[in-house]
Design a protein around this ligand. Structure first.
Ligand SMILES: [Zn+2]
Length: 174
């Protein structure tokens, strides 16, 4: 039994070592393959748009209601935003949270935003993640696990996405 535990720990240690050794940030793709400049992505996931900013749902959400607030202009890094764009993004985050309180029963929310592949940015277009959480969702490790494994999460079906974007659109523009 003791030997089994040691072997298991060594096995997990080896997996972790291999994962850390090969888990390297890839260079950011260029604008031509930017998902947030693709009309098909915006058409299916967008629930808000004005002259500067767009808000859309993540198609593989860490939690239900996981949204992305992006500048309309293709800008790779937050420091390249104009002051007007940065301010508008902030204003829209507040609107998104207000709507999410109603639609997703959101109590708490997490905001995060990455600049550069070295910190894990994968889409070369500024995007602020808004992740809402209900009062009943209290496990912090579960939240971190869901965010870390987001790309393996189940994709929202197109019918579910349509229903969510329509409901959110009317709440955000209220
Ligand atoms: Zn873009």
């Amino acid at each position: 039994m003791h030997l089994k535990k040691i072997s298991f720990s060594l096995f997990i240690g080896l997996l972790l070592f291999l994962f850390l050794k090969w888990d390297k940030a890839l260079p950011l793709p260029d604008k031509s393959s930017c998902a947030f400049c693709k009309q098909s992505v915006l058409d299916s996931q967008k629930f808000y748009e004005d002259d500067l900013v767009i808000a859309l749902f993540n198609y593989k959400p860490a939690l239900k209601g996981h949204s992305l607030i992006i500048p309309k202009r293709h800008v790779e890094s937050f420091d390249e935003l104009t002051n007007d764009e940065a301010l508008r993004i902030t204003q829209i985050i507040k609107k998104v949270h207000k709507a999410s309180r109603t639609l997703f029963n959101a109590k708490s929310y997490l905001l995060y935003q990455k600049n550069g592949s070295e910190v894990g940015q994968t889409v070369p277009h500024v995007h602020v993640h808004y992740v809402p959480r209900k009062e009943s969702e209290r496990s912090l490790s579960s939240l971190l696990f869901k965010i870390a494994t987001m790309s393996f999460q189940k994709q929202i079906s197109s019918s579910q996405m349509k229903e969510l974007t329509q409901k959110m659109e009317s709440l955000v523009n209220d």
